[in-house]
Structure formats: structure tokens, C-alpha cells
Design a protein around this ligand. Structure first.
Ligand SMILES: NC(=O)c1ccc[n+]([C@@H]2O[C@H](COP(=O)([O-])OP(=O)(O)OC[C@H]3O[C@@H](n4cnc5c(N)ncnc54)[C@H](OP(=O)(O)O)[C@@H]3O)[C@@H](O)[C@H]2O)c1
Length: 320
């Protein structure tokens, strides 16, 4: 490759640690590179994004961080860089006619010698160039498909959808193709809930699933709690859930309640006894999104207890 493309030794960097970022910034006098064709993960991905020059393009061909819902640092986007996830499988899936055009164009370019595969030299450093025979068996690990695909002709309700975990779930819904709307509603008030669901029923496809993430927390030792505080917390969990049970349509695909140690299992069993689906998930403590993550004193307390807490990705995996 070096000979074929005339690449000098000092323009080749080692990517199994993060020094390459600093080295590339040095040789480009702090400007960075115009294009990154990336197959690195995690911190190495972030470092490759960091060294992108203003208006540069990041072309992502590694899919693992995408499928495991990792995050990108936003700071490089100050330089107006763009990030393109390239997955020919999804082009084939969503636009087969375009895929066909791309393949034909590529065949023409290969025929014309515009692209040449690197010549194997018999000795290699790092990556190997692989040749194959027609009949050879190639072991393949399939990339994970989402366990649940949302129905494009359905609506889904998240109560408390603007809370920490609610926002994370809304983003997760949207990654699976859903559009997100945020009507204001107090679910513990049946009239307020009925008005929103009536409006949704008239303007959106039928509701086929629900996730309960609404919560009011009055974190007190029981002896110090006023009746009012006790009632406020329970009203939302009990009346809110009961209102949703009564007002949302029957025979939905899912009705998921995120609860805590208090649990809502008896209610879930009640729905099953009526032939309606329901799962109550006793979530535990989530460290990186939600109420705990947004209250540093509580997060610190949980950190000190050394009790195992969950991450956002663990919760999303359970919901999936
Ligand atoms: N975070 C954790 O570690 C953890 C642990 C165990 C269980 N959970 C469960 O996970 C769920 C989400 O927790 P979270 O951490 O995301 O909580 P959060 O950030 O406090 O969010 C709660 C959301 O509920 C909304 N809400 C409050 N009263 C409402 C009402 N009457 N009608 C509609 N929405 C209402 C709040 O809206 P406003 O802001 O407008 O009031 C807020 O958006 C809860 O069910 C909780 O019990 C969380």
C-alpha cells in the first residue's frame, strides 16, 4: 500500500494506543485531517473525531459503537465537521434501487482501474489482506438486530417522558424510527390524561404501547415524612398508573412500568388476569441518567456504598 499510494513512513501512525491523535496534530501543524475513515471504537474513535480539521468529514464504517448506543463528544462539531455512518446494508434495506446504482457504479470504477485493491506482498505488518476461494466457508458473527421494531402505524406513550430516564427512552424510541411529541399532561389527573389521549387518538395512529417513567420523589426517612409528601408520591404511582390502565386502549403490545423497590408487581398480575400485557421492572439505581445522575449528592452517596448500580445501557438492554 505504501508503495502503491506513495505514502511515506512518517505519515503512518499506530492506532492501538491514543498517541496517534497528538502525532497527527503535530505533523499537520495543529490543523488536523480532512477525512477520517474510521473503524476504531470508544476512546480511539473520539480521538479520531478530535483531530478532524474544520469542515472535515468523519466516515464511520465500524458499527459496534452504534449498535451498543455509545455517545459522541459534541465539542468537535464546533468546527462544523460532519459525521457520516456508512452502512451499505441499510442502503440496501431502505433504498434497494440506489444500492443497485452504487454497485454498478463501483463495478465500472473497478473496471476502469479507478480503484485498485492493494497488492499483497507476501509480508505484512498489522492488517492482513485476505484472499478467498469460491467454495470456502466464512464464519460470520451477525451484528445484533434490535429485538423489537416499532410499528410505523402505531403510537407509543411514555409518561414522564421529559424526565432523565424518559428522555433516554424517547431517544431510544427515536433511534428505532419513532417521531417524538411532548404534550403536557398530569397522569394522576384522569381528566388531563383523557384529554391528551383523546387528542392523540384523533391526530395520531392508535396507541399500542406504554412505558411508565413518571415519578415524584420525596426522599425522607419514613418517620419524618408528612402525610402530604407520602400522598404526593403514591398518588402519581397508584392513581397515575390506574388512570393509564383505564384510559389507554385495550390489547396493547406492551405496558411497562419502571418502578423501584416498592414494585408494582401486583398491579402487573392484575392486568394479566384481565388478559392485558404488563411488565413491572424494579429498576434499581441508574448511575448515568435520571434522578440519581442529576442529583450529585445522592449519586455520591450511592458511589460510597459500593452497591452495584446500573448504567443506562443496562436498562435499555432490559427494555429491549
Ligand atoms: N433514576 C433511578 O435511578 C431510578 C431508580 C429506580 C426506579 N426508577 C424509576 O424510573 C422512572 C424514571 O425515573 P427518573 O430517574 O427518570 O425520574 P425523573 O428524572 O425525576 O423524571 C420523572 C418525570 O416524571 C414526571 N412527572 C412527575 N409527575 C408527573 C405527573 N403527575 N404526570 C406526568 N408526569 C409526571 C416529571 O415531570 P416534571 O419534571 O414536569 O415534574 C419528570 O419528567 C420512575 O418511574 C422511577 O420510579 C428510577
Amino acid at each position: 500500500m505504501q508503495e502503491q499510494y506513495n505514502i511515506p513512513n512518517d505519515r503512518i501512525f499506530y492506532s492501538r494506543n491514543l498517541f496517534f491523535g497528538r502525532q497527527i496534530m503535530q505533523v499537520t501543524q495543529g490543523r488536523g485531517v480532512d477525512v477520517v475513515l474510521n473503524s476504531l471504537l470508544g476512546e480511539a474513535l473520539a480521538e479520531s473525531l478530535r483531530i478532524l480539521a474544520p469542515l472535515g468529514r468523519f466516515v464511520e464504517i465500524e458499527k459496534r459503537d452504534i449498535h451498543t448506543f455509545q455517545n459522541l463528544p459534541m465539542q468537535p462539531f464546533v468546527r462544523n465537521v460532519s459525521y457520516h455512518a456508512v452502512n451499505t446494508k441499510s442502503v440496501e434495506h431502505y433504498n434497494p434501487a440506489h444500492m443497485c446504482e452504487l454497485v454498478l457504479e463501483l463495478v465500472d470504477m473497478l473496471d476502469a482501474g479507478t480503484f485498485r485493491p492493494p497488492r499483497p506482498t507476501g509480508r505484512h505488518i498489522g492488517k492482513a489482506v485476505v484472499d478467498w476461494e469460491t467454495e470456502v466457508e466464512i464464519p460470520v458473527v451477525p451484528s445484533p438486530e434490535p429485538a423489537f421494531i416499532f410499528d410505523a402505524n402505531a403510537s407509543y406513550v411514555i409518561a414522564g417522558g421529559l424526565g432523565g430516564i424518559g428522555r433516554s427512552l424517547a431517544a431510544w424510541f427515536s433511534r428505532r424510527g419513532a417521531n417524538v411529541a411532548t404534550p403536557r399532561c398530569d397522569v394522576s389527573d384522569a381528566n388531563s390524561l383523557r384529554a391528551v389521549i383523546d387528542y392523540a387518538t384523533k391526530t395520531l395512529p392508535p396507541v399500542k404501547g406504554y412505558i411508565q417513567t413518571s415519578m415524584v420523589l420525596k426522599d425522607r426517612v419514613f418517620q419524618n415524612m408528612t402525610l402530604d409528601e407520602w400522598q404526593t408520591v403514591l398518588d402519581l404511582k397508584i392513581n397515575g398508573t390506574w388512570n393509564l390502565h383505564r384510559i389507554l386502549p385495550k390489547k396493547m403490545d406492551f405496558f411497562v412500568i419502571l418502578s423501584s423497590t416498592g414494585g408494582m408487581d401486583a398491579f402487573a398480575r392484575h392486568r394479566w388476569s384481565l388478559g392485558e400485557r404488563c411488565v413491572s421492572v424494579d429498576v434499581g439505581v441508574i448511575k448515568d441518567v435520571g434522578y440519581v445522575a442529576e442529583h450529585s449528592d445522592i449519586a455520591k452517596h450511592w458511589d460510597e456504598t459500593k452497591i452495584q448500580v446500573l448504567a443506562e445501557k443496562d436498562l435499555l438492554a432490559v427494555i429491549d
